[in-house]
Design a binder for this molecule. Sequence first.
Ligand SMILES: Cc1cc2nc3c(=O)[nH]c(=O)nc-3n(C[C@H](O)[C@H](O)[C@H](O)COP(=O)(O)O)c2cc1C
Length: 419
Amino acid sequence: MSCMSRQKIILGITGGIAAYKTPELIRRLKDRGADVQVVLTRSAREFVTETTLQAVSGLPVRTNLWDKEAEAAMGHIELARWADLVLIAPATAEIMARLASGAAPDLLTTLCLATGAPIAIAPAMNHVMWSNPAVQENRQKLADRGFRILGPADGDQACGESGPGRMLEPDDIVKAVTAPIAVAEVGPAPLAGKNVMITAGPTIEPIDPVRFISNRSSGKMGYALAASARDAGASVILISGPANIPLPDGVDSISVESAREMFAAVHANIDDVDIFVGAAAVGDYHAADVKPEKIKKSHENLSITLVKNPDILSSVARLKDGPFTVGFAAETENLHEHAFGKLENKNLDMIVANLVGKGRGFDKDDNAVEVFWHEGERAFPLMNKKTLAGELVTLIAERYQVSLQTDTKTELPSIAVRD
Ligand SMILES: Cc1cc2nc3c(=O)[nH]c(=O)nc-3n(C[C@H](O)[C@H](O)[C@H](O)COP(=O)(O)O)c2cc1C
């Protein structure tokens, strides 16, 4: 049985040029065993015909809130209850505005207000429209309310220009909406009985009693991973640097400040850990000489000597009979090359890599990542970090199971534990 059997999807199609890809999207969702009920906006009917969509979906297409015949068969409230998921692809700037404001002038927006099902949208528009502050504000509002925002992708556009605003390809949309269901398919608790340790947040390295060196990590990704690993049945230890977000319920936590404190906390608790996920943004250096008093502004120039911190990830990955080890790489360029380098050099089992800077990655609610392991890789499009965490935990659980059967790691000399 496919992993999407019995899933009931309302596919809302709105008036963007990318609507021409929706027959293909429907076909792929149906290939995965989903029932797809299409709802078209008035503008969408300019781009794709009801006849095509009905033929591909196998169900009469709904277009109008005031269709007496359709309402008599399955009223809009019944339809809203019927759905396991509402997927809007393509999602125009206009539908995002209607959804963000809570307006319900048509069938699709009324369904979105009336449904208890998760709602995912795949925005598609010209890149200038996408970067318009009004659209970005609406995107943020929707993400904050728990809508899953799938994409958009960056690339050539129908208008002849290039930039972020392309609808994700049907395959990527299908992958993004089917992964959480895959968790249910492998059983309610794929990590039951497993001990998972996750590091999260930034570290801070003092310079004097009032100043420190740190980074922009918010801890959101690591905390979301801890919650997802807990939901997957694991006993979770979360070792966190200073993060300004609530700790997830049901996980054991240890708070630390510096990289060396994090290193010590990790190694003091690593013995029975099956899976280690290093999501913290650990400082690479600390000040050689932490001044006992506040440094005065008396010199024109001031140099601070920095000393390398121990590498937590490598030290765990090199432990004899150590855990399955997953690292994170935040890069500003050459993602693929740097991520593969770290996977090999640090002797990791998997690495989750993302581009940061220019508004991406740190301190955002959404993230897009690429995951690499020795035999493969998988890309996850831009989505809410909580959703992404669920998908990453599913993949980590899968790869961990594979690693139990085939140990692909080479043993490297261990790293001395420094204080
Ligand atoms: C040829 C054409 C292409 C369009 N493509 C897009 C698009 O890709 N994205 C978008 O947000 N709006 C696009 N629009 C504008 C929308 O169709 C318009 O805002 C409409 O009101 C959307 O309504 P709906 O969201 O109810 O479908 C396009 C309009 C035309 C005429």
